[in-house]
Every structure is written in C-alpha cells, then in structure tokens.
Design a protein around this ligand. Structure first.
Ligand SMILES: [Zn+2]
Length: 214
C-alpha cells in the first residue's frame, strides 16, 4: 500500500547522502526551506525516513536543522558522545529493517563534552560524577585513548580534541558495521551505507569523512 506523501521505495544511500549535503549547504547559507504543516498531515499514517542519524545529544547539534530536513525525513538517535550500545544498534536496525532506510550517519561535533570528559579521564584521572556518565566515557575511551597515545605529550589541545572526536565517530561506525548481523547483511546485499561525519559549531558545516565510496 502506498501512503500519501511517502515514497514507495527506499532511497539509495548515495542519493540520501546528497540530500544531506544539499540541506547542510542551505543551513550554512541561512536558506532553510521546510513547511512542517503540510509535511505533518502527509506523514500522519506512516514514514519512510531517508537517513538514520546517530548524533550527540548536545543542544547545538539538532540534525533536522543542520541538514535542513523536514518531518519524517530523518530517523534521529541522540546520545551523549554518539556512542554505540546495544539499544542504539537496535534503533538503527529497527529503522533500516522497518522503513528500508539505507543511509546511516554517525555525526560527532567540535568541542564535544563527552569527548572532553573522556580526555580528562585519560589524561588527568578526572572521573565522572556518576557511573552512568562513566559508562559513556568508557565507550568513548578506546578510540580516544589511541589518539592520545599516538599524539604523545605536548600536542596541541584543539588538535587532540578534533582527532579524538573523529576517532570516536570512526569507532561507532565500525561498531555498527560489524556489531550487527542485520546491518552487515544490508551493507553487503542492499547497498546500505554507514558514514561518519563531523559538525563544526563554528561554521555550521558538516564534513563527511568515513565510509564514503569511491
Ligand atoms: Zn557532544
């Protein structure tokens, strides 16, 4: 059955990625376009989001705004540090299996508090105020630790932060690609793409840097 306003087939991952690139360009240029009233009515009966976004919960990084997308366009999962835990893999699997979404983006951002907390823990032994927050730090830790060790002492702080954010995104992407048999099958057989991205709080630009084809 076709639902009014909803595309009958999944959008190929490369086309979905192009929509995000164009939307982020509009956001950076302050020419956002969406009319939520019409979209809301068309979507009341169902959805076919063209991209899944796993991003940080930081209040400055709302995916719908930074990609200039409307209601029903993005299946957004937000968690501090864009970490991957079983329920988050499950959320990505749910969207991919239920709605046929073929693009998943893991999006980190500059000056991420979760990454800062992880760096503070590794470098200065500053622990989190609760074990639940520590769980997030623990999930970021392997990626951030490898960046700290590779950099050695005396490295520029901003540079270290930037590289740690990206290493953490790469780690989450790898976890999604290899920590789920369902996603692995969709990648191999259905053209699903899992892509890493980095949002700049300063410029509003999103740079895609991991998992791109070609
Ligand atoms: Zn963050």
């Amino acid at each position: 059955m076709t639902i009014a306003g909803i595309p009958p087939a999944p959008l190929p991952a490369e086309q979905a990625l192009q929509l995000l690139r164009e939307g982020n360009r509009r956001f950076v240029q302050h020419v956002r376009t969406h009319d939520s009233e019409e979209e809301r009515a068309a979507l009341a009966e169902g959805q076919r989001p063209h991209a899944i976004i796993l991003s940080c919960a930081d209040s400055r990084v709302p995916s719908e705004l930074v990609f200039d997308q409307g209601l029903g366009d993005l299946f957004v999962i937000r968690v501090a540090g864009n970490v991957v835990a079983p329920s988050l893999v499950g959320s990505v699997e749910f969207a991919a299996a239920t709605f046929g979404t073929r693009l998943a983006v893991v999006m980190g951002h500059s000056r991420c508090g979760a990454i800062k907390a992880t760096l503070d823990f590794i470098q200065h032994d500053v622990d989190s105020p609760s074990e639940n927050i520590h769980d997030i730090v623990d999930r970021c830790r392997p990626a951030v630790e490898s960046v700290v060790h590779a950099a050695g002492p005396g490295v520029d702080k901003a540079r270290l932060m930037h590289e740690a954010v990206r290493a953490n995104v790469r780690q989450s992407c790898a976890h999604l690609r290899h920590g789920s048999r369902l996603l692995e099958r969709l990648i191999q057989e259905e053209g699903m793409l899992i892509v890493g991205a980095d949002y700049s709080l300063d410029t509003g630009e999103v740079e895609f840097f991991d998992g791109l084809e070609g």
